[in-house]
Design a protein around this ligand. Structure first.
Ligand SMILES: Cc1cc2nc3c(=O)[nH]c(=O)nc-3n(C[C@H](O)[C@H](O)[C@H](O)COP(=O)(O)OP(=O)(O)OC[C@H]3O[C@@H](n4cnc5c(N)ncnc54)[C@H](O)[C@@H]3O)c2cc1C
Length: 403
């Protein structure tokens, strides 16, 4: 009997769900099997450091699909199951219980997982933040206004510090550079932005990183590389994430800090594509390979890959302008493009002092990225401009307003 064409998606979160939805929305009537390591129905992660951690939203509020939508998609959803190995010659995915799952086309959407140095999470009271379960554990640990140390001053650490502070905790944010988010924003902009957490009462410990923890079974102190000790009852670690590719070892799929893909998101192996946090693809707009750990990319790349599966890769190139937003201390930060701290930075709207501005990042007279604080409407305009210019870049004539 003729078997229906089967698309298997490994990873049942944002990128995987968007792939499945787009396949169905475009009329694919074969089998769609979605394999997800988490037992929960697929959910959205950004609220985990914001509304869910803060108690304004519950896990039920952040599901990616309603029950009706899920039923209409007619998916073979394998939750609580992990892809363990890939055999491209036999076109088979092996699940953690040994079940072989044949595919015609496979999408790798296994996302990323938090970096946690070995032994760090052996201490009670030390948490990563990636899943709903992580979030609920931290939320319960924040009851009773403990002393909280957040290790890592990127988006995630900054958002956790903001939420913990709003819950009345005594919060210290530890990070190696001159100010939180300096690796992304550059030190001038980051130092200006640091006024926001300071005004909210967060203590910033900059210029050193955590080396380990002291205490008994429970954490009591964070030990810094420069010898300082920070007292803490609860520690949240947000020092970055790694793409989840270990299960692909030996499969022949090329890996280098992510699953390597061409401009169509196709991997080195026939009929296998990748999308979301796990994918490192060639973006022709910026003429470079990139791996982007942002919501908008996971959503758009998942949808793109579905189109590529349906038209055999004739759907052109995946060439988005990377975009991320963050909400902290009542401030909205948006970043588009590929800004680097070493770029020339011009404030073209607002001022750093009023904490409402648009900053353009330029390299060799070309626009590389845009950072906007509380300026969502203007950001739309600059995202369009970046999409037109990309790596070809364009000199943007806008008045330079000093900070
Ligand atoms: C707390 C938090 C806050 C965030 N806030 C923002 C924000 O404000 N703005 C923004 O732009 N981005 C934000 N992000 C990033 C955004 O959520 C991610 O970019 C997005 O979730 C990536 O989606 P994904 O589907 O590629 O990967 P993931 O969301 O990582 O999903 C991958 C899924 O695959 C599963 N999996 C892993 N291995 C296997 C396997 N072997 N077999 C089967 N399943 C497997 C995992 O369990 C997971 O469910 C945030 C992330 C976090 C954690």
């Amino acid at each position: 009997m003729h078997r229906q064409r089967r698309v298997v998606v490994a990873g049942a979160s944002l990128a995987g769900i968007r792939t499945a939805e787009t396949l169905r929305d475009r009329g694919f009537d074969g089998e769609v099997v979605l394999v997800g390591a988490e037992k929960r129905l697929p959910y959205d992660r950004p609220p985990l450091s914001k509304a869910v951690l803060g108690g304004q939203a519950s896990p039920d509020d952040i599901q990616l699909l309603s029950a009706d939508r899920l039923a209409a998609l007619d998916l073979d959803l394998r939750l609580g199951r992990r892809a363990r190995a890939l055999d491209p010659a036999g076109k088979t995915l092996e699940l953690d219980d040994g079940e072989p799952l044949a595919y015609d086309q496979l999408v790798i959407a296994t996302g990323s997982a938090p970096w946690m140095p070995r032994d760090w999470d052996l201490f009670q009271g030390v948490y990563p933040l990636r899943t709903v379960d992580d979030c609920l554990a931290i939320r319960s640990a924040l009851q009773g206004s403990p002393r909280v140390a957040v290790v890592g001053g990127g988006f995630l650490g900054s958002e956790v510090a903001s939420t913990a502070r709003r819950l009345g905790c005594d919060v210290v944010l530890i990070q190696p550079l001159a100010a939180p988010m300096a690796r992304i924003l550059g030190s001038e902009i980051a130092l200006a932005c640091a006024e926001v957490p300071l005004a909210a009462g967060v203590r910033l410990v900059c210029g050193s990183s955590a080396e380990g923890f002291d205490g008994g079974a429970r954490v009591e102190r964070v030990r810094l590389r420069d010898g300082r000790m920070i007292d803490a009852d609860v520690v949240v670690v947000g020092i970055g994430a790694r793409p989840v590719t270990d299960w692909l070892a030996g499969s022949g799929v090329h890996i280098s800090d992510g699953v390597l893909c061409d401009h169509r998101c196709a991997t080195s192996v026939a009929d296998v594509y990748a999308a979301g946090d796990v994918a490192r693809w060639f973006n022709p707009l910026f003429e470079q390979t990139m791996r982007v750990e942002h919501w908008t990319n996971a959503s758009e790349q998942g949808a793109f890959v579905a189109r590529a599966l349906l038209d055999g890769g004739r759907s052109g190139s995946y060439s988005p302008v990377p975009f991320v937003w963050s909400e902290q201390y009542g401030v909205k930060i948006e970043i588009a493009g590929v800004p680097q701290p070493t770029d020339r930075i011009r404030i073209v709207e607002g001022t750093l002092a009023e904490q409402r501005f648009v900053a353009l990042y330029e390299r060799e007279e070309r626009l590389t990225g845009v950072v906007a604080l509380n300026s969502t409407r203007s950001m739309l305009k600059y995202r369009r401009l970046l999409a037109q210019s990309g790596s070809r870049g364009e000199r943007v004539d806008a008045p330079s307003i000093s900070s």
